[in-house]
Design a protein around this ligand. Sequence first.
Ligand code: KIV
Length: 265
Amino acid sequence: MSNITVSTLRKLKQAGEKFTCLTAYDASFSQLLDEAGVEVLLVGDSLGMVVQGQDSTLPVNITDMIYHSQNVRRGSRHALIVCDMPFMSYSTPAQALNNAGRLMKEGGAQMVKLEGGAVVLETVRELTSHGIPVCAHLGLLPQSVNKLGGYKVQGRDAADAQNILQDAKDLQDAGADLLVLECVPSALARTISETLEIPVIGIGAGPDTDAQVLVLYDMLGITPGKRPRFSKDFLAEAGTVSAAISAFVTAVKDGSFPGPEHSFE
Ligand code: KIV
């Protein structure tokens, strides 16, 4: 049992203390992140791109997620382990319950994450009523990249921003314990973080969310190609992997990351 729980994260939010989240896919990195004090380890379906070399997260399946979650669980002692539900593994509440149950029972995850707003509300109610904690995910939804027409900032016009805010409130009411907000304007992320009681974890959502998450391979400068604007190569300055992870933790907690150059208006 990890000693970081959903109530630890809520207390940090209430106290105005920022917390950290990084993606993890294996036991060695999981141990390093855990020892550096990263509170939440996200077994992200970004593993499809950074580990498997796919060009999106869509091909990732539930067996992949269980395997990586097991590995992350073995390396971690303190952090809360959140595991992504892959594309099309939660298209009905019944299917979601079965697959989320597998991520928890076989994969050792302590919370599952799924993408979307109104369309997943019934599923969030189903999971949480069975004791499965849920992290919601709004803004840029990588599993919907084909529908969105690319990896683009979301919520820039007033109607979209209002929809995202309403979805966030509805997801909290449905029982979600955490919310990831990806690639939205900083002002919208600030409004949502101030409105919700549950902690909000931002990525490309400016400095005012309750926590920050990055894809581990991006913040270590390993991901090939152009790094996303919202990310930062912490290894380039820190010199070692452990120092880079500690630098990320310090920068999130003291509010120096993300800066305006990593954020959107
Ligand atoms: O899969 C992932 O790494 C994620 C983060 C981008 C939040 O969902």
